[in-house]
Unconditional design. Structure first.
Length: 134
């Protein structure tokens, strides 16, 4: 399933407007490394077809949800909400702390996560100034 996960990861990168330039083969190699390490993936199916996935790792603080993706044809139908419910009730321990990062400009992503009970906790800032040569 690594190829399928990498293809969905590429779609996630496009959908959220992330600046990651990796190709599907590069994403596939990275996904394979992650899955050999601490990360686990869950595929979501409906009607016999894969509609999305979650990629996460457990640590001392709880669960870090690195990727969560539902394909465009399956959005706004309650599938994302149901997938989160299944993860909370069947994959992770009840009451465990869950964290997810959402790009600031990804309004749909922010609305989704707030809609399933997440709250803002921190803001990450960065500077991309380049050092000027003398």
């Amino acid at each position: 399933d690594v190829r399928l996960l990498a293809e969905m990861n590429a779609a996630l990168i496009r959908d959220e407007g992330h600046r990651n330039p990796m190709t599907v083969p590069e994403l596939q190699r990275r996904m394979r490394r992650w899955l050999r390490g601490d990360y686990r993936a869950v595929l979501f199916e409906a009607g016999g077809s894969v509609v999305g996935y979650a990629l996460y790792r457990k640590d001392a603080d709880g669960v870090y949800l690195r990727h969560f993706f539902v394909g465009p044809d399956h959005r706004r139908k309650g599938m994302g909400r149901e997938a989160v419910r299944l993860l909370r009730e069947e994959v992770w321990q009840p009451g465990i702390r869950l964290t997810v990062e959402v790009l600031r400009h990804n309004r749909a992503g922010l609305a989704f996560w707030k809609g399933v009970g997440f709250e803002e906790y921190a803001v990450t800032l960065e500077s991309r100034d380049r050092v000027r040569e003398a």
